[in-house]
Design a protein around this ligand. Structure first.
Ligand code: NAI
Length: 333
C-alpha cells in the first residue's frame, strides 16, 4: 500500500471539520487505497473540542487513518501536508462591517499561508472553504507567493452539486443523470448557476439538454438560480448551523476530482485563478467550469455565452473585484 499522505484541515473542531475528517479517514478525499495522516488545526479555546474529535477518530478504527495531529500550532499543522482544506475562519457576526470581518480573515490567512509556503509539501494542493472563500484564497496567495497559482483553489463544488440536485429533482431522475451545469463567479449570493450547457439523461435513457428536459425557462431563469444562490442561507435557517454535511462532501468531490480527474465529457466547477477566459478579469479567483487530468485543472473553453449569462457573470466578477480591493486595502495598511 502507498505511503500515508498528510492532509490538513483547519477549523477542524467546527461544524464542517466534524463532518469532513471522517470522510477523509474513510478514503473519500484521496481514494480507498491511500492511507492518510490527518493534521487538524484549530484555535487554543477549541483544543478540548478538537481533542474530542481526535478521540472519536481513534474509536472509529479507520483502517486508512495512520496518524493524527491535533494542534493549535500552525507550523506543526502545516508541516509536510500535500492537501490543505482551509475551513477555519472568522464568521461575520450580526452588526459587523465587512471590512472588520475581512481584516480578521486576512490576519488568519496571512499566518497560515506563510506556514504552508514554508513547511508544506512543495506541491501542496489548497482548497479554501472559509468565507469569503474566493477572496480568502487570493489573500492566501498574497502571503504564500511560492505556492503556484494552479495549486490554490476555492470551493464552489457545493454550489455545483446543489444545482445538479435541483435539476434532478425537477426532472425526476437520479442526480447522476445530470451533468455539466456550471457555477460562475463568487461563492456568494451573486454566483451564477448556468444550465445552458448541461445535459440530462431522462428516465427513458435519452440525453437531452437541461432546458429541453426541464421545459420551463421561466423557472430556470429565475427561481432555480435564486434557490441555488440562497441555499446556504436556507439551510442555516432550518438547521441553525451551516450546511456542514454537504460542504464536507463537496470538499471530497473537489479534491478527488482534482487529483484523479473528471470523467470524459464531464466538467465540474472550481474557484480558480482567472487567466482572462470568458472576459473575467485575470487574477481573480473565480468559479469556472473545469476539467481535470493528472492533478491539473483546465478551464473549459469555447462555451457560448448569451446576454443573460454575460450580465450575471459580470455582476459576480464585479463583486469579486470589490472584495479584492477591500482585501488589498487591508493588506497594505
Ligand atoms: P464553524 O464556526 O462551526 O467552524 C469554524 C472553525 O474554525 C471553528 O472551530 C473555529 O474555532 C475555527 N477557527 C477560527 N479561526 C481559526 C484559525 N485562525 N485557525 C484555525 N481554526 C480557526 O463554521 P463551519 O460551519 O464549519 O464553517 C466554516 C467556514 O466555511 C465558514 O467560513 C463558512 O461560512 C464556510 N462555508 C463555506 C462553504 C463553501 O461552499 N465554500 C459552505 C459552507 C460553509
Amino acid at each position: 500500500m502507498a505511503e500515508p499522505v498528510k492532509v490538513l484541515v483547519t477549523g477542524a473542531a467546527g461544524q464542517i471539520g466534524y463532518a469532513l475528517v471522517p470522510l477523509i479517514a474513510r478514503g473519500h478525499l484521496l481514494g480507498p487505497d491511500q492511507p492518510v495522516i490527518l493534521h487538524m488545526l484549530d484555535i487554543p479555546p477549541c483544543m478540548d473540542s478538537l481533542k474530542g474529535v481526535e478521540m472519536e477518530l481513534l474509536d472509529a478504527a479507520y483502517p486508512l487513518l495512520r496518524g493524527i495531529v491535533a494542534t493549535s500550532d500552525v507550523v506543526e499543522a502545516a508541516t509536510g501536508v500535500k492537501v490543505a482544506c482551509m475551513v477555519g475562519g472568522f464568521p461575520r457576526k450580526a452588526g459587523m462591517e465587512r471590512k472588520e470581518v475581512m481584516g480578521k480573515n486576512v490576519s488568519i490567512y496571512k499566518e497560515q499561508a506563510a506556514a504552508l509556503e514554508k513547511y508544506a509539501d512543495k506541491d501542496v494542493k489548497v482548497v479554501v472553504i472559509a468565507n469569503p472563500a474566493n477572496t480568502n484564497a487570493l489573500v492566501l496567495k498574497e502571503y504564500a507567493p511560492g505556492i503556484p497559482n494552479k495549486n490554490i483553489t476555492c470551493l464552489t463544488r457545493l454550489d455545483h452539486n446543489r444545482a445538479l440536485a435541483q435539476i434532478a429533482q425537477r426532472v425526476g431522475v437520479p442526480v447522476i443523470n445530470v451533468k455539466n451545469v456550471a457555477i460562475w463567479g463568487n461563492h456568494s449570493s451573486t454566483q451564477y448557476p448556468d444550465v445552458n450547457h448541461g445535459v440530462v439523461k431522462t428516465a427513458e435513457g435519452v440525453e437531452k439538454s437541461i432546458r429541453e428536459a426541464v421545459a420551463d425557462d421561466e423557472w430556470l431563469n429565475d427561481e432555480f438560480i435564486k434557490v441555488v444562490q440562497q441555499r446556504g442561507a436556507a439551510i442555516i435557517k432550518m438547521r441553525k448551523f451551516s450546511s456542514a454535511l454537504s460542504a464536507a462532501s463537496a470538499v471530497c468531490d473537489h479534491v478527488s476530482n482534482w487529483i484523479k480527474g473528471t470523467a470524459e465529457g464531464t466538467w465540474v466547477s472550481m474557484g480558480v485563478f482567472s487567466d482572462g477566459s470568458y472576459g473575467v478579469p485575470a487574477g481573480l479567483i473565480y468559479s469556472f467550469p473545469v476539467t481535470t487530468k493528472n492533478g491539473e485543472w483546465e478551464i473549459v473553453q469555447g462555451l457560448p455565452i448569451d446576454d443573460f449569462s454575460r450580465a450575471k457573470m459580470d455582476a459576480t466578477a464585479a463583486e469579486l473585484v470589490e472584495e479584492k480591493a477591500l482585501a488589498d486595502s487591508i493588506i497594505k495598511e
